[in-house]
Design a protein around this ligand. Sequence first.
Ligand SMILES: *Cc1c(COP(=O)(O)O)cnc(C)c1O
Length: 361
Amino acid sequence: MNQLRISAKALAHNFWALKSRLSPSTKLIAVVKANAYGHGAVAVAKQLEALQTDYLAVAYVAEGQELREAGIQLPIMVFYPQKAHFKTLIDYRLEPVLYSKQTWHAFSELVQSMTEKYPVHIKYNTGLNRIGFLPEEANWVIANAAKSNMSLISVYSHLIESEGPRPHRTSDKQINTFLEIKALHEKDTEQSPWFHLLNTSGVYNYPEQQLDAVRCGIGLYGFANHPEWDQSLQPIATLESVISQIHHIQKGETVGYDQGWVAPKDSVIATLPLGHADGIGRHFGKQKGTVCIGATKVPIVGNVCMDMLMIDVSNCKCQVGDTVQIFGNQQSAATLARQSETISYELLTGIGSRVFRIWEP
Ligand SMILES: *Cc1c(COP(=O)(O)O)cnc(C)c1O
């Protein structure tokens, strides 16, 4: 059947490879949102806890809840909590990122009467225009923090294009804006948060801006958005399928729904039990995606179906039951993603829940 095999060794390698780029005092916030980018959040978080990472981060409250229910004890930052889930967040000892006056008011009210100050994080929007307080709101945040029953653990922002070649006008501007925000917060003697700005590519591109912490997701899973940086990392996942059936078809016959592929000559077609419901999108079928049988790359042909896809194995000896690698050591997830104009993040997070995750210690 289909298997996503996850290498614990490779995960540890990436953890140490990232740590080796940081000064010993810089914290590593390990990002395990979206089911640890599709790899399985609980297993990945357990290993990161064993590796003694400083912090975990997820996107939404339910993801943090899952980790707590599995026994994870590390502090967990929730990047994008929704007001409707604040009570659950508190029940599970998760730490919210507050990103607007609305989220601030709603959360500070909930924790006002607690006996201890509740740990929170503050996100600033320095240009991505997605989520975050405006830089102009820094003084408001500082003044209100003093009156609140919340303790500011960290203050951060996020770069628009951290992998872009330096010098980079937008990134430089964002860095300056963030350093100004940092200076304002540092004048406040009540709270002493730590500051962070970099994701994985940022760690490679702007090591001098590592500040007190960095937030690494994709790097833990083996990619850094640049062929050279990728060299220092090992993809932790291998996606494999098996051949269910083989058809010998004649020139002019078609393969798949809507006659997505017309055989230009007599051909041999193999079917895999993996489809768009498993995260291999339809667009791969338009002669864009390849998979590997041994070391041979063969094209996906026709439209990818929900549960299956077909490959042209005319030039490759194979039989029913043979293993086919979708990504792994023969072709990386980043390479496959590029074939259909997407990125490793989307391909990995999209691998469906029907695909068995096999943890290899
Ligand atoms: C997802 C996310 C990250 C991780 O980014 P990578 O490129 O995967 O290292 C860091 N910060 C924030 C705010 C995120 O949402």
